[in-house]
Design a protein around this ligand. Structure first.
Ligand code: ADQ
Length: 482
């Protein structure tokens, strides 16, 4: 089989397509959506052609309507896998987000339920049917994230039946938990076996990679003595750390836009004499927003002299609003934000600007750019790309990144940022204070470390490195080493 990348076509698979579809009268319109995976793969879009398969986000029953959706998505090289809405809900909210997501992020007390598990399996099967049909002999297939952990195994058997040798890669965008934690899940073995039918498995950090290797050894008795390889059921799976990033130039270019420049000027005038801390997070309990607001409250208690001199601008992007835990978290955060402002506000101003909505990309870039520090408090987080984006927008100011030690990004940015434990209010308060009082030499030194890292480990580099490695695997099980 050829290992020439140019000759092997590429299929990307994720649960949701990077494009949302909505019905407008009797036609369908599609627009590009946002999120960590879309950001991560945007770098690859520029250099490599691929077809992207996933669920379009809406139920479409009628055959004629399905054709219209296909046409609309085709403009973005996106291909829909249609699901009925109950099945999609049970797979996405029921199993992926209510059962798998918490386990992957070290949340205990997960209640397993067979109904959502059956839906999860069914959706993975439907994806496998569709993708096996669309792949040709030699196609590279790159599957993304925890919604599709059974897919490599299901795909492998269908491809074999059809006589197609395709290399299958899988990237996990979340942490993989240490030690015994994964065993809390009753279907722990099925999911790992699903993944081990891949040719290449990618993780964000060495820690997640090692946790996964250890789990394979203890749970399945897989052979793991050779670094970066797992041998299981006569198959060799390569396993690696691939550093996901962003496209920093997209941010630096946006900051040159005259409208964005003028917006920055307006904001700087409004906040003259005030130190700005920014936070941007999906409204998710793993982002530690409750901890962030409590830590900021402690900081204001500890430093009454800074009242009216510091403001936290926190954007909480709506996420998974159908899930009860997320609705409850929003209520808790709104209440907490009100209490903090009630306690610390003066006629001169309020210390906390809490916004529960999405903001346009240009506004996001402007906010990153005017902030003297960025506060990220994840209790666990696969990588956290917001930290990269803040750095990309700080060429002028050299602001300070105040980063939870539990974000994957902290494995790479510890020296360039100020790290803390998100559940320790005192540590967080000190970290904020130290960030705002760093001397210029240290601030510049830290910033330069971060800038070099963000510009080196771009999303384009991540995508190309993974594809190159995947391309070196034949997909027919013949490779003897990684
Ligand atoms: P997320 O949990 O979504 O990603 P993160 O890595 O911070 O978290 O990425 C969020 C992305 O959404 C950023 O690129 C950000 O700019 C974008 N975004 C946020 N608010 C926005 C807004 N209002 N408008 C437009 N875009 C907005 C998951 C994992 C992470 C992992 C990524 C990539 O949970 O740990 O880093 O995937 O692997």
């Amino acid at each position: 089989m050829s290992t020439d990348g140019a000759k092997r076509n590429l299929i990307i698979v994720s649960n949701r397509l990077p494009v949302s579809v909505k019905q407008v009268d009797d036609t369908y319109e599609s627009c590009v959506s946002s999120g960590g995976l879309v950001t991560a793969l945007s770098g690859l879009t520029k250099s490599t052609q691929f077809r992207w398969f996933g669920w379009p986000g809406i139920e479409v029953k009628d055959t004629e309507d399905r054709q219209k959706v296909c046409q609309s998505l085709g403009k973005h090289n996106a291909f829909p896998i249609f699901l009925d809405s109950t099945l999609a809900h049970e797979h996405y909210n029921g199993f992926s987000n209510r059962i798998l997501w918490p386990i992957l992020h070290y949340q205990s007390g997960v209640q397993f339920d067979d109904g959502p598990w059956q839906a999860y399996k069914r959706v993975n099967e439907l994806f496998a049917d569709e993708i096996a049909e669309s792949a040709e002999n030699g196609t590279l297939i790159w599957v993304h994230d925890y919604h599709l952990m059974l897919l490599p195994e299901l795909l492998r058997s269908r491809l074999q039946q059809q006589g197609k040798a395709c290399a299958i890669g899988f990237s996990l965008h979340t942490p993989f938990p240490a030690g015994d934690f994964w065993r809390n899940l009753p279907v722990r073995k099925h999911l790992i076996e699903g993944l081990l039918a891949s040719d290449l498995l990618g993780f964000h950090t060495d820690e997640y990679k090692q946790n996964f290797i250890d789990t394979c050894a203890t749970l399945l008795g897989a052979r793991t003595e050779i670094p970066n390889q797992i041998q299981y059921k006569n198959r060799l799976v390569c396993i690696g750390k691939f550093i996901v990033g962003i496209d920093p130039n997209k941010f630096t270019d946006t900051l040159q836009n005259p409208e964005v420049k003028s917006r920055i000027q307006t904001l700087e005038e409004k906040y003259k004499g005030v130190t700005i801390i920014v936070g941007v997070d999906r409204l998710d309990y793993i982002k530690g927003l409750t901890q962030k607001l409590k830590g900021f409250d402690a900081f204001l208690d500890d430093h009454p002299e800074l009242r009216n001199k510091v403001v936290l601008i926190q954007i909480a992007v709506p996420s998974r609003e159908d899930v009860k835990e997320y609705q409850e978290l929003e209520t808790e955060l709104s209440t907490l934000a009100g209490k903090i402002n009630g306690k610390h506000a003066t006629p001169e101003g309020t210390p906390l600007l809490y916004m529960h909505r999405s903001v346009p990309f240009t506004e996001l870039a402007a906010l990153y750019s005017i902030a003297d520090a960025c506060l990220l408090t994840s209790t666990r987080d696969g990588m956290n790309l917001v930290s990269f984006e803040y750095v990309a927008c700080q060429e002028k100011r050299h602001g300070v990144l105040v980063l939870s030690e539990f974000a994957g990004a902290a494995s790479y940015m510890r020296e360039g940022s100020i790290c803390f434990h998100p559940a320790n209010k005192t540590e967080m308060s000190e970290a904020i204070y130290n960030a705002l009082h760093l001397d210029d030499t240290e601030r510049n030194r830290k910033y330069e470390l971060l800038r070099d890292f963000v510009h080196k480990y771009t999303s384009a580099r991540w995508g190309q490195t993974f594809i190159e490695k995947l391309n070196s695997r034949s997909g027919d099980g013949a490779s003897k080493s990684c």
